[in-house]
Design a protein around this ligand. Structure first.
Ligand code: BG6
Length: 294
């Protein structure tokens, strides 16, 4: 798991009932990533507040998907072509291996890896995606949070990659939230089933589940007060998701009022827009989150 990796002083491997967690405790930042799913669950720059939302009712462990933080959706987004299980692929439900950990004056970078050889026979969804691959996730905890997923095709035929970095951001009140940067961008609305062009800033008045055909920098504000920005790289789509009151109440791993305190802004590769990775090649996508105070 992490036995061969020398951990810097600012990183410890903690065994919790939820599973093994890499804890970062650095002068400039604190953060956590679970080996399960290579799932970042906490990030707070020094002097600042927790920037990620994590459900108090999340499940943990093999087969579960942690609710909150940064789920790595791979190798497909949502249900893939339509009925693929598990939703958002199998990678977030499996343990990853730590393969590097480095610190500097600004923070800590951790690298975690999942290879096709680490996907146990019988893994739900494994049969859908019979490719040899390595997926290398890098997270840098610092004044900004920098995430990247590099996927290498180790098989002898082109490999279609989908997925998302499905970041749950903590917000003061989603009903006061605006997201700018996707004005006039076309989106698929998974709530009403239609396609629309974004009019002005994104606001939240109920369940919101949109796949925007655009990606770059979005800026978040709470009642006009800047909260920060999210920059996606290597993808052409941004997903914006909040379950709203009724859907959250129906989800077992979601506190009833949790919807108000979060929004997902995702660097996404949805079905139909997969990145084709030729044999032997690597494709990388990522996201950077910058708090207003950085
Ligand atoms: C979003 C999807 O990316 O993830 C939503 O667009 C979905 O449709 C949401 O509900 C959460 O997915 P899950 O599998 O973590 O409950």
């Amino acid at each position: 798991m992490s036995e061969t990796v020398q951990l810097p002083d600012t990183v410890s491997l903690v065994d919790r009932t939820e599973g093994p967690v890499l804890r970062v405790d650095h002068d400039r930042v604190v953060g956590e990533v679970h080996l399960h799913g290579a799932h970042v669950t906490s990030w707070a720059p020094a002097g600042g507040v927790e920037q990620l939302w994590l459900s108090s009712q999340s499940g943990y462990g093999v087969g579960s998907a942690i609710r909150g933080g940064v789920p790595i959706c791979f190798p497909w987004f949502a249900k893939g072509p339509g009925d693929w299980e598990p939703q958002h692929g199998f990678a977030r439900r499996l343990p990853w291996r730590l393969h590097h950990a480095v610190e500097d004056d600004h923070g800590v970078t951790l690298g975690l890896r999942l290879a096709s050889a680490d996907v146990p026979a019988g893994t739900e969804g494994g049969e859908r995606w019979p490719y040899g691959f390595t997926a290398e996730f890098s997270v840098t905890f610092a004044a900004t949070l920098t995430l990247s997923l590099a996927v290498t095709n180790c098989s002898d035929r082109p490999m279609p990659v989908g997925g998302a970095l499905h970041t749950y951001l903590a917000v003061p009140d989603v009903e006061r939230l605006t997201i700018r940067g996707l004005e006039d961008v076309r989106y698929v609305d998974k709530v009403d089933g239609g396609e629309h062009d974004q009019q002005g800033a994104i606001t939240f008045t109920g369940e919101t589940d949109r796949v925007y055909a655009g990606s770059g920098i979005v800026v978040l504000a709470d009642d006009g007060v800047p909260l920060g920005a999210v920059r996606n790289t290597g993808v052409h789509h941004t997903v914006v998701w909040n379950p709203g009151r009724d859907k959250a109440a129906a989800m077992a791993d979601f506190p009833d009022d949790g919807w108000r305190a979060m929004v997902c802004v995702e660097a996404a590769i949805p079905y139909g827009s997969e990145v084709t990775v030729p044999p032997g090649e690597t494709r990388t996508f990522g996201q950077q989150v910058v708090p207003a105070s950085a």
